[in-house]
Design a protein around this ligand. Structure first.
Ligand code: PMP
Length: 428
């Protein structure tokens, strides 16, 4: 395939945008080469500036669960736009989407809309600190909760008590309040809680991790986390920015039957517009300004276009009783097909899958946490990525990402993908 116009556009962008991109993961740094510039997208396909058609397995990193340019969402946005694009005043549609979200998600009474997943997680942690009057948080290595300072902490020595900033600009003062735990390692969490008694405000977790590939929680892990949080008076925050309105109507809380204290949303909840949200029971949410003392605000929060897109998306997901089963079936079909061709070609691999999230790792060790995710062979991944791109299949340009399956994918698209992987496997 020819990507010459994308390459030229990237060079031009590099002159005026740092690294040519407005979010680093788009830059193909992990896999080499230059990013594809999208012209438009419809259903399961991207059309790039060189006229190539690509089957899309990223789907804007999750939001386009029903496919690109999904007609009810497009219509809702167009109609709203004609009536003004922002007021900074309350609108009825904010209550409508809030009512719908509260009816779909277990264990929440109130929800506040923000503009991104980062904002949702950042605000959720502030609320947890304000509510519990404690400062420290536990996060898991390999989980991503946006680019707010408290979350940019990586596991230096695995179970070390205090984190180290992995981005210059994050102060030691901030880093010391973020404790790191190993995903799926409940003993590690217990140790941290024992060593920091009465100091931990919350545990924040991706209930299915999607930022180190797809890493499911081990059986009982989330349940035990819930029990430990209760025992230590710690709030449990589920970051459902990826899993919310994707794994089930009620997200991971519903899928695993575990209640979180605060839930964060992003991606699907905005139907592709910049939206995030956080939600909890009244007891917690009523601590938020203007009801309570914990401050949080946003000029464009609850923006009418974003609310229209989100409401159309959630309404369609809510009314389609079969959508989550369909998504899971398509993903399982893809899983089986990929496993079969990789085995046929003797490629060492592990595939992880939950609902419509799936990832392929080039190592045979089960991927259960960041360390095992990091074991995957990156050279093989690079060849895999570029091989698939050449076949018109677009997966994330990094081994540490989940593929997102959209309902717009047909079984023919899935077969084409499996056949392409069979071809690419020969050169791995
Ligand atoms: N939490 C999770 C689980 C995410 O995957 C992401 C983004 N990929 C975020 C938070 C941050 O969301 P945003 O990029 O919208 O700020």
């Amino acid at each position: 395939m020819n990507y010459s116009r994308s390459s030229a556009l990237f060079k031009q962008a590099e002159q005026v945008i740092p690294g040519g991109v407005n979010s680093p993961v788009r830059a193909f740094k992990g896999v080499g080469g230059t990013p594809i510039f999208v012209k438009e997208a419809k259903g399961a396909y991207l059309y790039d500036e060189d006229g190539n058609r690509l089957i899309d397995y990223i789907n804007s990193w999750g939001p386009m669960i029903l496919g690109h340019a999904y007609q009810p969402v497009v219509d809702a946005v167009v109609e709203k736009a004609k009536k003004g694009t922002s007021f900074g005043m309350p609108t009825e549609i904010e209550t409508q989407i809030a009512e719908l979200a509260v009816s779909m998600v277990p264990n929440i009474d109130k929800i506040r809309f923000v503009n991104s997943g980062t904002e949702a997680c950042m605000s959720a942690v502030r609320l947890a600190r304000g509510f519990t009057k404690k400062d420290k948080i536990i996060k898991f290595a390999g989980c991503y909760h946006g680019h707010s300072d408290s979350f940019l902490i990586q596991a230096g020595s695995g179970a070390s008590t205090f984190g180290t900033p992995n981005s210059p600009g994050v102060t030691q003062g901030t880093a010391k309040d973020t404790l790191l735990a190993r995903y799926n390692d409940i003993d590690n969490v217990k140790q941290l809680m024992e060593a920091n008694k009465n100091e931990i405000a919350c545990v924040i977790i991706e209930p299915v991790a999607g930022n180190m590939g797809c890493v499911p929680p081990k059986e009982g892990f989330l349940q035990t986390l819930r029990t430990l949080c209760d025992a230590h008076n710690i709030l449990l925050i589920f970051d459902e920015v990826m899993t919310g309105f994707r794994l089930a109507k009620g997200g991971a809380q519903a899928l695993y039957n575990v209640n979180a204290d605060i839930v964060c949303f992003g991606k699907v909840i905005g139907g592709g517009l910049p939206v995030g949200a956080f939600a909890a029971r009244n007891e917690i949410m009523n601590h938020l300004a203007p009801l309570g003392p914990v401050y949080q605000a946003g000029t464009l929060s609850g923006n009418p276009l974003a609310m229209a897109a989100g409401l159309a998306m959630l309404t369609n997901l809510n009314n389609d009783a079969e959508v989550f089963n369909r998504l899971a079936e398509k993903t399982e079909y893809l899983h089986n097909g990929i496993a079969k061709v990789l085995e046929m070609n003797n490629i060492v691999h592990t595939i992880n899958r939950v609902g419509s999230m799936i990832s392929v790792h080039f190592d045979k060790t089960p991927v259960v946490d960041f360390d095992t995710a990091a074991k995957g062979n990156n050279e093989t991944f690079k060849k895999f990525f570029h091989g698939l791109l050449n076949e018109g299949i677009y997966i994330a340009p990094s081994a540490f990402e989940t593929w997102f399956i959209t309902d717009a994918l047909t079984y023919k698209d899935l077969d084409d993908t499996i056949n392409a992987i069979n071809k690419v496997a020969k050169i791995l």
